[in-house]
Design a protein around this ligand. Structure first.
Ligand code: C2O
Length: 541
């Protein structure tokens, strides 16, 4: 195993998109940021130097951080942010993970531009569970705003209304041919006729699930979130923010140029969304000189839940991943997830529907981050009053979650509540969408763990009916899972990683509104044993 050393300088960088130049926050002046490539078993040491004028942290999305919770990165959860002029070094090891992950800022909405691929190859001389592709192409899907992302965030927070939607989607930082002033820079990938390439697709978009496809080419899905799956062929991939999907593509079409394209899968009724399409070009070597346009694929309609469900329901993991599916459950949790509204006095700060501000919650608790320390530090240093451990294991009120619900029944309370999981216990969580404002998809991400997705469905979860349908044989292993519109998802994992671990909706506007909670896992009475001690350069608040 190797140790890889990197330096990330977080800085303001002028970038031109959609005919306009403005400063965005980048790592080392690159957008998207540098791709890190390692092997399973390697260690990473990344020194982050903050040369920007905003606080920042970096999260290694999907890395389990066994015994290294201080390197996880979410601000005020495992560390205080790195202030302008300061630096912090993240040190961690890749343990039993292979595939595509990514890294991103975990501080306000900076991850809109501060992100990059984290590619984990198998150990030396260990093959992929499929024919080795000739080339590997990272495809980072993103969202672009025509103005400073912090001002977009501030406006949403100030007004209490939904945020402005993005001005473009991007592939590897470029909007592509269909947007103004973007043609010359459209991302282009070259393939040789007959060869098979691996696309490592990452959805780095801030607030939007996406459909992705390539004209005329079938995609064979082989991996998700750094775990292999049983290969299956599809025309379209649906991918939520935070998720990654590895697909094989064989260049078996007439020599020429083909668009790959992505656009929104948007499930919230009557909500505004960016309805544009980003493209990149797949070009066969020795294509005839550009005379005709590349072939454009058809994408599902923005609200095509059938296509999304048909795709995700095909995911099964490879037998090698399944030796740990918990069957006996020790912690049986039921969490509602959804948007809510809080009443407010009419005015500029009360711009949600009918004199409200948007809020979001899990089990009716709208998560509030501490401001003076991080949760993990508060735990380690026994600082009282920072958090409580009374996060409810089941909803405080039970009703028809997907039906018409009166608002008064469901006004979220603000709180910094953790749920204490017994170390080593088998955990099951039912994640149930609600219908306070609208039903809509929520891509839920759990830090410090990956989990088996044993069941998914629409309507209210009903244990008597649904338990019997769980897949305990070959459920997919993921770190981010979609809770479908008006439906539910059930996940299972073993609580074998001590630390404080955030679980949240990976749609950043929902996270800001409080759609989050945290788990506390200690492996000794009142402490975490054999966990790396707080690093000396841990940033102060
Ligand atoms: Cu990819 Cu908490 O984030």
């Amino acid at each position: 195993a190797e140790t890889h050393y990197h330096q990330f300088v977080v800085q303001a960088t002028p970038v031109k998109r959609l005919c306009r130049t403005h400063n965005i926050i980048t790592v080392n002046g690159l957008f998207p940021g540098p791709a890190l490539e390692v092997r399973n078993g390697d260690a990473l040491v990344v020194k982050v130097i903050n040369s920007a004028r905003y606080n920042v942290t970096i999260h290694w999305h999907g890395i389990r951080q066994m015994r290294t919770p201080w390197a996880d990165g979410p601000e005020y959860v495992t560390q205080c942010p790195i202030q302008p002029g300061a630096s912090y070094t993240y040190r961690f090891t890749i343990e039993n993970q292979e595939g595509t992950l990514w890294w991103h800022a975990h501080s306000r909405w900076l991850r809109a531009t501060v992100y990059g691929a984290l590619i984990i190859h198998p150990k030396l001389n260990v093959p992929y569970p499929f024919q080795k592709p000739v080339t590997e192409i990272p495809i980072l899907l993103g969202e672009w705003w025509d103005r400073d992302i912090i001002s977009v965030q501030r406006q949403a927070i100030f007004t209490g209304a939904a945020p402005n939607v993005s001005d473009a989607y991007t592939i590897n930082g470029q909007p592509g041919d269909l947007y103004r002033c973007s043609r010359k820079e459209t991302a282009k990938f070259y393939v040789k006729s007959g060869e098979t390439v691996l696309l490592r697709i990452i959805n780095a978009a801030l607030n939007q699930q996406l459909f992705f496809t390539v004209a005329n080419h079938m995609l064979t899905v082989v991996g998700n979130d750094a775990a292999y799956n049983r290969p299956f062929a599809t025309r379209v991939v649906m991918i939520g923010p935070g998720q990654t999907t590895n697909v094989l593509l064989t260049a078996n079409q007439i020599v020429g140029r083909y668009y790959m394209a992505a656009r929104a899968y948007a499930t919230a009724q009557n909500a505004a969304f960016d309805n544009t399409t980003t493209t990149a070009i797949l070009e066969y070597y020795s294509s005839p000189p550009l005379s005709t346009k590349p072939l454009m694929p058809t994408l599902p309609r923005f609200n095509d839940t059938n296509s999304a469900t048909a795709y995700t329901s095909q995911l099964r993991s490879l037998p090698s991943n399944n030796n740990k599916v918990p069957t006996q459950i020790h912690e049986n949790l039921f969490f509602t997830v959804g948007l809510g509204l809080v009443n407010c006095t009419p005015g500029p700060r009360c711009q949600g529907p009918n004199n409200t501000r948007f809020a979001a919650s899990m089990n009716n608790v709208s998560f509030v981050l501490p401001r003076t320390t991080s949760l993990l530090q508060a735990y380690y240093q026994n600082i009282p009053g920072v958090f409580t451990t009374d996060f409810p294991p089941v909803p405080p009120i039970a009703f028809d979650y997907t039906g018409n619900v009166s608002r008064g029944l469901w006004q979220p309370h603000r709180g910094t509540k953790l749920y204490k999981l017994k170390y080593g216990s088998n955990v099951q969580i039912v994640l149930q969408d609600t219908a306070i404002v609208s039903t809509e998809d929520h891509p839920l991400h759990l830090h410090g763990y990956h989990f088996y997705v044993v069941g998914q469905g629409f309507g209210n979860f009903n244990p008597r009916r649904d338990n019997a349908r769980f897949n305990l044989v070959d459920p997919p292993l993921r770190n981010t899972i979609n809770v479908p519109v008006g439906g539910w998802t059930v996940i299972r994992f073993v609580a074998d990683n001590p630390g404080v671990w955030l679980m949240h909706c990976h749609i950043d506007s929902h996270l800001r509104w409080g759609l989050a909670m945290s788990f506390l896992v200690e492996n000794g009475p009142g402490k975490m044993q054999s966990v790396q001690p707080p690093p000396p350069d841990l940033p102060p608040c």
